[in-house]
Every structure is written in structure tokens, then in C-alpha cells.
Design a protein around this ligand. Structure first.
Ligand code: OAD
Length: 254
């Protein structure tokens, strides 16, 4: 049982504006590897080999092999109690903003109403040249369309001749402008801000908890380990998000 402070319980009972930032850690208990953990993606590969425009230009087959592998993985797994507890929290807070760096779509599948997907969604597909969208917008597991099952050795082309690429944000690319604006506004206005399962080092996401704190929010971090953000937090809850978020929700609203 985690020691959830009375201050947090009272703040959440009174709060009308809450924002949450999640990272790969919240999906770890569903079976998605993190990026920087012991078995994380970036322990085996270098980001610039797989997650940049240059990598795709150099070796699109290798890049698609990685993304198609991750798509297949995401389809085999389910959201976990951490994702579901955030859906429950949303029901009690009038202005609740879910911001995620994850591309796995698990918040959406769990039932979060409008997650801001800062880094895109791994199920989206677009043209590398003209950005024409080739996605089926229904991300549910049942609706995963054959159309976007990419054979890396035979990558489909857009009508303009460009290769199709995953609809995620690569290193060196701009994040979607509206997503950034909405995330920034919600963070600055929040009364309570949660940073959950993220190493809090990739910008601009890493800036949102600090912006919340600078504007008076009560800043809470949930993580199995401390991060560079931990010293700035009002409350650090150490442990698995799949345990701690349900405990908070049960404590505050049951
Ligand atoms: P990281 O892999 O950097 O960090 C994952 C965090 O989750 C770490 O701080 C872990 O300690 C924590 N963690 C692991 N399991 C957990 C659990 N069960 N409960 C709570 N915390 C847990 O992943 P991100 O912070 O999401 O970007 O990485 C940010 C971005 O860097 C990603 O979106 C991706 C990556 O490169 C792009 O690809 C553009």
C-alpha cells in the first residue's frame, strides 16, 4: 500500500483542473518495453538508426521492420489497471487532460476520451513526401486494417510516389502544433499535475510538469525510480503505476 498523502487526497477532491503526462512506464505492465529501462529499446538500438527521417531515407525496410514489430506487439496486449484508473479519474474531474508521449494507443483503448498523443500513434500511416494520410482512424484492436499492415520488403507508395511511413513523431521533427498548445495550456492551468512512468527528459513533454509547478500546481510523480524531475515534485510516489493510480482513485472517490 502506497503512502498517498492527505494533501493529495484533499487536492484531488477539490480539483476541477487536473493534467496527466504519461510515458512508456505506464505501458510496461501491459508488456510494452520502455525506451531507457534495462531491456529498453534504446539499450539495443540507437534512436538515430530507427526513429529519424534520415534513418528512413537510408533504410526504410529496417525502420518498417521495427515499427511493424511494435504494431504487432501492441495488438497482442491490453491496457492495464493504470490506464483504466486514469479513465476513472477523468469521470470525477471536470477539466481533465490526458497527455501522453506513448504511441501505443492504450489510453484510447482503455477509454480515455481525448488523449493528446504528443508523439503520434503507431497505427497511423502517412506519406513520407506529401504527408497524405493513409490511416484508418479507428484505432481499436478489432479495426486494425489490412491496408496498413506493411510488408517492410514491399512498402506501399502514395499516389505522389512517396513511400508510406508510420504516423509517429521522429527525433528532429516538430510535434503537432495543436497538441503542443493544448498540452501547454492544460499544464499551466492545472491544479494537480501527474507525471507518470516517464523519465521526463525528452522535450517538450519534460517541460509540462515544470510549467504546471511554476503556475502553482501540486506536482506528483509516479515512477518505479526517481528521475531528474523528482526533486521538483511536491510528492513522489515510488512504485508501479498499475498499483498506485488505482489506489489513489479508490482512496479519493470510493
Ligand atoms: P523512458 O523509457 O525514457 O522512461 C520510462 C520511465 O518509466 C522510467 O523512468 C522508468 O523508471 C518508468 N517505469 C518503468 N516501469 C514502470 C512502472 N511499471 N510504473 C511506473 N513507472 C515505470 O520512456 P519515456 O519517458 O516515455 O520518443 O520516453 C520519452 C520519449 O523518448 C518516448 O516517447 C520516445 C523516446 O525516445 C520518441 O520516440 C520520439
Amino acid at each position: 500500500m502506497t503512502n498517498i498523502s492527505n494533501i493529495l487526497i484533499e487536492k484531488l477532491r477539490d480539483a476541477t483542473k487536473v493534467a496527466v503526462l504519461t510515458g512508456a512506464g505506464i505501458s510496461a505492465e501491459s508488456g510494452v518495453p520502455t525506451f531507457r529501462g534495462k531491456d529498453g529499446w534504446w539499450k539495443k538500438h540507437r534512436p538515430e538508426e530507427l526513429a529519424t527521417h534520415e534513418a528512413f531515407s537510408r533504410d526504410p525496410e529496417l525502420v518498417w521492420e521495427w515499427y511493424q514489430y511494435r504494431r504487432d506487439l501492441v495488438l497482442k496486449i491490453e491496457p492495464n489497471p493504470g490506464h483504466y484508473a486514469l479513465v476513472e479519474m477523468e469521470k470525477h474531474i471536470s477539466e481533465f487532460t490526458m497527455i501522453t508521449q506513448n504511441v501505443d494507443g492504450l489510453h484510447r483503448r482503455a477509454g480515455s476520451s481525448a488523449p493528446i498523443e504528443l508523439h503520434g500513434n503507431i497505427m497511423l500511416t502517412k506519406c513520407v513526401s506529401c504527408s497524405k494520410d493513409y490511416s484508418n482512424k479507428n484505432h481499436s484492436k478489432e479495426n486494425y486494417p489490412d491496408l496498413i499492415k506493411i510488408d517492410p520488403s514491399n512498402i506501399p507508395k502514395c499516389t505522389c510516389g512517396g513511400l508510406l511511413r508510420p504516423g509517429v513523431v521522429w527525433f528532429g521533427e516538430m510535434l503537432p502544433e495543436k497538441a503542443m498548445e493544448d498540452a501547454q495550456r492544460a499544464s499551466a492551468q492545472s491544479e494537480v499535475f501527474f507525471s507518470i512512468g516517464t523519465s521526463a527528459i525528452v522535450y517538450p513533454a519534460a517541460y509540462y510538469p515544470l510549467s504546471a509547478k511554476n503556475n502553482g500546481a501540486y506536482l506528483v510523480e509516479i515512477n518505479i525510480d526517481s528521475t531528474p524531475l523528482t526533486p521538483d515534485c511536491d510528492l513522489f510516489l515510488q512504485g508501479k503505476s498499475g498499483d498506485i493510480i488505482p489506489e489513489i482513485v479508490n482512496e479519493v472517490w470510493d
